[in-house]
Design a protein. Structure first.
Length: 349
């Protein structure tokens, strides 16, 4: 890999320490965004050692983690999904990934890392008009390679710190010699977070339940072995439930989807949202993120139906079951599939 001039050598990865089994049980019975119970008088005066090893919950995963390991911003990155961009780097270490339709019937990702920040991620590509609405609720950092001036201006207008390859003078990006251009831009993600460590951590986006959050009869969740999604004639990802690992395993266009580590791309939760497409930008589709629509949450080998709603660019997506209760996710990583209304979603028992 060829480094740009001025590249900083320092790298820092987020590390999650060993955690108590009781904390795992606690993660299963409360939302990551809900406050903890009031502390006792003794607990209100922890020692310095106790404070340093305090267990908290990752806001974008709902999993227990050392509090100190979460005291940094999230990093959202626009990730390429062209065939020549595969395999992508560190997708299995994300907290949340959004898959969106772009021009030509292809898809790209907005991938968000917080609880586990790798040294490098990529390939990084350009911004699209829906990305400000997707990334704004997380705060923190957004990284991308560039884009049309109007789309870059839209992202620059958000409160997020923009790290842009086209304007980069800090050495945070490289081009990978072994990858074909333009699918070769790699971000020094750990360093990008380290340089912006004073920014606030992200707020919680979803609510979390147990490892089988859809078991309540009122949710009417259906057993699901496979999810087939159609974005276009050229992009039709699928997810197969693997009970052995309690995860959904991803395929693209009929082939297993692998990341650069050689591992199959996987997710604990797959959230499928039916979305409208705004064609105001010519050949560039804009996924309509502010509004509401049909939703499915797939976790623990089940799928529950409901609705999604988002009332402003900076607001999180709210998931509601058909019975009016919150649709909770299992603690772990999540893929959000933004399937156009013209596409399809099929859930096979």
């Amino acid at each position: 890999m060829r480094a740009l001039a001025g590249r900083a050598p320092h790298r820092r990865g987020a590390r999650i320490g060993a955690l108590l089994a009781a904390s795992l049980l606690l993660a299963g019975c409360q939302s990551a965004t809900e406050p903890d119970a009031a502390p006792t008088e003794a607990a209100a005066r922890p020692s310095a050692d106790a404070a340093a090893s305090a267990v908290s919950f990752a806001p974008l995963r709902g999993t227990p983690a050392e509090a100190a390991a979460l005291a940094h911003p999230s990093l959202a990155v626009k990730i390429d999904n062209h065939e020549e961009a595969r395999p992508q780097i560190a997708l299995n270490r994300t907290d949340i990934v959004f898959e969106e339709l772009v021009e030509g019937g292809l898809t790209r990702y907005v991938a968000v890392w917080h609880s586990d920040v790798p040294d490098e991620v990529g390939p990084v590509r350009s911004i699209r008009p829906m990305d400000p609405d997707i990334a704004s609720p997380f705060g923190g950092i957004i990284a991308y390679s560039g884009g049309q001036d109007q789309f870059v201006a839209m992202m620059m207008a958000t409160p997020l710190v923009n790290i842009v390859f086209d304007f980069d003078e800090t050495g945070l990006f490289t081009r990978a010699d072994e990858r074909p251009g333009p699918h070769d831009v790699i971000l020094d993600s750990a360093e990008a977070v380290a340089r912006n460590a004073a920014l606030a951590p992200p707020p919680g986006q979803f609510s979390y339940g147990t490892a089988d959050p859809l078991a309540a009869p009122a949710l009417a969740a259906a057993p699901t072995s496979r999810i087939d999604l159609v974005f276009s004639e050229d992009r039709f990802p699928a997810w197969d439930w693997d009970g052995g690992t309690s995860a959904w395993l991803r395929s693209q266009e009929g082939e297993p989807d692998l990341e650069a580590s050689g591992e199959r791309v996987r997710a604990v939760n797959v959230v499928t949202l039916r979305v409208g497409i705004d064609w105001s930008y010519g050949e560039v589709p804009k996924t309509v993120m502010i509004g509401s629509g049909e939703a499915w949450v797939s976790a623990g080998g089940r799928t529950a139906h409901g609705t999604w709603a988002k009332d402003a660019a900076g607001s999180p997506i709210v998931l509601t079951a058909d019975d009016g209760s919150p649709l909770r996710l299992a603690p772990g990583n999540t893929w959000v599939e933004l399937v156009p209304n013209e596409g399809s979603a099929t859930f096979t028992p």
